[in-house]
Structure formats: C-alpha cells, structure tokens
Write a protein that binds this ligand. Structure first.
Ligand code: HEM
Length: 133
C-alpha cells in the first residue's frame, strides 16, 4: 500500500478509536453494562489494531524507520500512558471522580499525540504555536 493509503487508514482508525473510547467512557460513568460486553471490546480492539498496523505502515513507507525520530518515540511513550489512563477511566471498581479525571487526562494526552504527529515534534501543537516563521 502507498504512504497515502496508510495515512487514510491511520486517520480513520485514530478517529474511530478516540470516538469509541469517549463513548465508552461516558457510558461507563453512566453505569451502562455494555461497556465491557464482548462485542464492544472486540470493536475497540479492532480499531486499535488497525491504528497500530497503519502506524507501522506509515512509519515504514515514510522513511521513519530504522532511524526513529524523537517525536515518534515520544508518541509511543504517550500511547502507553494513554492506554493506562484509558483502562483506569473505564474500570467500574474505581471511584467515579478518579474515572472522570483519568478520562479527561487520557483525552488531553491523545490530543498531544495528534499534535506531536502533525508537528513532528514532541512539544506538539505547543511547538507549532511557538513558531514565528
Ligand atoms: C492514539 C494513538 C495515535 C494517534 C492519536 C495518532 C495520530 C496521528 C495523526 C493525527 C497523524 C497524521 C499527522 C499528519 O498528517 O500531519 C499521524 C501520523 C503518523 N503516525 Fe500516528 N497516531 C497514533 C499512534 C501511532 C502509532 C502507534 C504509530 C507507530 C507505530 C504511529 C505512527 C505514525 C506515523 C509514522 C505517522 C506519519 C507522520 C508523517 O510522516 O507525517 N502513530 N498519527
């Protein structure tokens, strides 16, 4: 597949994955039982797998491998943080206040991941905002 093809898959999966997480998070806070249903989890795993695969496809077709740039390493670190916060936000055994906070921070981290990818810089949108020319 071409780099543009991987890009489309990556963006489609990013959108699906973040939307799925947001809907599940709100539903979990409202106590909806389907949040942890097998079908819901399978849909989330599918979107995340496409996201990861297309990310690797992009990395290979755009020449970001084998010399992986700092922003991409940073993106992976933030991804781990996002996954951990996301799990915490969906856990029914955790107090609601913690789940609200974890979900908000997870979405802020996800926004920074997008910023780092767009700006090709660990500072993400902050780097773009600080550029003068
Ligand atoms: C929550 C997780 C992720 C989010 C929100 C995300 C978001 C994005 C976005 C929005 C872009 C498009 C940037 C642009 O067109 O300017 C992008 C590009 C890219 N992403 Fe991700 N991504 C995620 C995970 C990953 C992973 C796991 C990998 C690697 C395995 C990866 C590798 C890449 C690469 C290589 C590019 C292309 C950058 C370029 O050449 O311009 N991403 N990502």
């Amino acid at each position: 597949m071409t780099s543009l093809g991987w890009w489309w898959w990556h963006l489609a999966a990013v959108t699906t994955s973040l939307s799925c997480f947001t809907v599940r998070w709100v539903a979990a806070l409202l106590g909806r039982p389907w949040v942890w249903a097998r079908t819901t989890r399978a849909a989330a795993v599918l979107a995340d797998s496409v996201l990861l695969m297309a990310g690797v496809g992009l990395m290979l077709t755009r020449g970001w491998w084998p010399t992986v740039p700092v922003w991409l390493w940073f993106k992976w670190c933030l991804l781990v943080l996002y996954i951990m916060l996301g799990h915490l936000a969906l856990r029914t055994t955790v107090p609601a206040r913690t789940r609200v906070l974890a979900g908000v921070v997870a979405l802020v981290v996800a926004a920074h991941i997008v910023g780092a990818a767009v700006a090709h810089h660990p500072a993400g949108f902050w780097f773009a905002a600080g550029r003068t020319g």
